[in-house]
Unconditional design. Structure first.
Lengths: 147, 431
């Protein structure tokens, strides 16, 4: 059976691939493709944040009673990543490769260290505490991030 | 579980930064020492100058960054929050900085008092750091290869310091020890279990993460650092009880394992999805190639008599491993960690008031690239100095310049950080 860690961890990797594709398009000077790829990346990221914030985190908080714990930190990091993502979107719209590079790099590392905390600490905790309802949760989250 | 309640506890920025900014000072000192000593440093690995230089790089430059990075990374990677990180960082930093300065002086002067002073510094700094990190990591299950690798690496540091301390007291005349044999054990534990163990544990995370490559294979991640630890233990025991041939075979296996790590990292980097190489990637690549070259040379010295007889091989091996390998990879890592941490802290301070400058505005990309080239040039001159000792002084100048440049680049992050903090305060005062 799938675990929460596998499902969302694999989706992190998928988002990374979308992110790399934007860089490649910009490297090739193809701004139309860069915008399209950025839109694809942004959509996947938003879907990921949405399933966590509306499905996973509330379930974890309800089960453990920890509302100001790890999920609060993850929500605030999501906000920071969203801020960087919109700054990166503006530089894509302005066709400014240097500016994009700066925001993209920052967003990339911010996202990666955030993913690491989720994959090493939060998701295993979710798998442990939410084992009874895991398959229903996984099903809903899979729908949320696919398509 | 308790650790998670303080999940977001990133240590204050001055905790890791004091280590990161001190490291290049040791690098500059190493360069200046080489200028002062000239060809003497390249006569043999046992000259006072060579020993002092080696320890300026290992117990100075490398140790500073490795401990500073661990203090930063333990909460993120392992959810292990150190109690009172700023206090631990201040004390550990003070102890290893003093020890790192006095130990090379002890080698240069052979004053027993200096060896004893350095010993006290490394014992106290080492015990405090190992104790604080072991306490933070207690009860944290080794869920992945990184956490397991970090635990093993820190135990390797403890053994390295313990042997170093014993040798230092031996040199101070406290007791009679087989120093040459101990030196090799100290070196294997320091370079393989501690340094390469830490590098591998970090690499499992940062190579796929920064460079968007496939992950290290599961079996490799699980086996490499524990295998290196087991082989190092076996090698130490066999060597100590006089089983030379078996110890040699185990040593060879250890070298093969280390080479496998470096080769695998290069192979993964080849599959990076990032469209162009940045400073970090160049530094990693040069470091892995240098480490491979050092291992090949060591193996050649073990099986080809002509190489074994060449007095320059241990020096070349040391230059490749320390300067080409660890100093390069650490430089590349500093150029990611320092701007990111500055950004993260500015972002948290200025929330809702002022947007933090992005990483590339904290340390300029071109400045990093140029410094990196100067570092590679210094490394090339050091290699040359092994063959032509008269080029030791120019190599020393190059090392001092490239390390001063590194300090300047890192310092520019501190300058941007301070300026931005002032701006945030002004905005808060007069919205």
């Amino acid at each position: 059976m799938d675990t929460i860690r596998e499902l969302l961890g694999n989706h992190h990797r998928e988002c990374d691939e979308f992110f790399a594709a934007i860089e490649q398009a910009i490297g090739a000077g193809d701004w139309a493709s860069a915008s399209a790829r950025f839109a694809q990346f942004e959509k996947a990221m938003q879907q990921h944040f949405d399933v966590e914030e509306s499905i996973l985190f509330p379930a974890f908080e309800a089960r453990t009673g920890m509302t100001m714990g790890p999920t609060a930190v993850m929500r605030s990091e999501h906000a920071q990543i969203r801020e960087l993502m919109s700054a990166a979107a503006e530089s894509i719209a302005a066709h400014d490769a240097e500016e994009y590079d700066g925001y993209a790099e920052t967003m990339h590392i911010m996202t990666q260290q955030h993913n690491m905390k989720e994959e090493n600490v939060l998701y295993p905790m979710c798998d442990q505490h939410l084992s009874a309802e895991a398959s229903a949760l996984i099903g809903r989250m899979r729908d949320g991030i696919s398509g | 579980m308790q650790a998670l309640l303080s999940y977001d506890q990133s240590p204050p920025i001055t905790a890791p930064f004091r280590f990161f900014l001190t490291a290049p000072v040791f690098g500059v000192l190493a360069g200046l020492l080489l200028v002062w000593s000239g060809p003497n440093a390249f006569l043999s690995r046992w000259t006072p100058e060579a020993l002092a230089l080696t320890h300026l790089i290992t117990a100075g430059f490398m140790l500073q960054v490795m401990l500073g990075a661990l203090i930063q990374v333990l909460p993120v990677v392992a959810g292990a929050n150190m109690a009172r990180p700023l206090l631990v960082a201040s004390l550990v930093h003070a102890a290893i900085t003093l020890g790192g300065l006095v130990l090379p002086m002890a080698f240069l002067t052979f004053q027993p008092g200096m060896f004893i002073f350095a010993t006290v510094c490394f014992i106290s700094g080492g015990l405090l750091f190992v104790g604080a990190s072991a306490w933070a990591m207690r009860g944290i299950p080794a869920t992945g290869p990184t956490i397991n690798g970090l635990k093993i690496a820190v135990s390797g540091l403890a053994v390295t310091i313990a042997i170093g301390v014993a040798m230092s007291l031996g040199l101070a005349g406290w007791f009679n020890l087989p120093l040459l044999q101990l030196a090799d054990i100290h070196l294997v534990w320091g370079f393989v279990v501690w340094s390469l163990g830490l590098l591998a544990a970090v690499a499992y995370v940062v190579v796929p993460m920064f460079q968007i490559t496939p992950s290290y294979p599961d079996w490799f991640g699980k086996q490499f650092v524990p295998a290196a630890l087991a082989l190092a233990c076996l090698w130490t025991v066999l060597g100590s009880i006089g089983f030379e041939t078996s110890a040699f075979a185990v040593g060879l296996a250890l070298a093969v394992a280390a080479a496998a790590f470096a080769s695998l990292t290069l192979m993964l980097q080849k599959r990076s999805k990032r469209s162009r190489f940045d400073t970090n990637q160049h530094c990693w690549r040069v470091a892995m190639v240098s480490i491979l070259a050092a291992i090949s040379l060591w193996m050649a010295s073990a099986v080809i008599p002509a190489v074994a007889e060449w007095p320059g091989w241990p020096l070349l091996c040391g230059v490749l491993l320390m300067f080409g390998g660890f100093v390069s990879v650490i430089t590349g890592m500093l150029y990611k960690i320092v701007p990111f941490l500055a950004w993260l802290h500015l972002q948290n301070r200025g929330q809702g008031v002022l947007l933090a400058p992005n990483m590339k505005k904290i340390i300029d990309e071109q400045a990093m690239k140029r410094q990196m080239i100067s570092h590679f040039a210094a490394g090339t001159l050091l290699v040359l100095a092994v063959f032509l000792p008269e080029s030791a002084r120019p190599a020393g100048v190059a090392v001092a310049v490239s390390q001063a440049w590194l300090l300047r680049n890192l310092w520019s992050a501190v300058r941007v950080f301070r300026e931005h903090c002032r701006k945030i305060e002004m905005k808060r005062a007069k919205p």
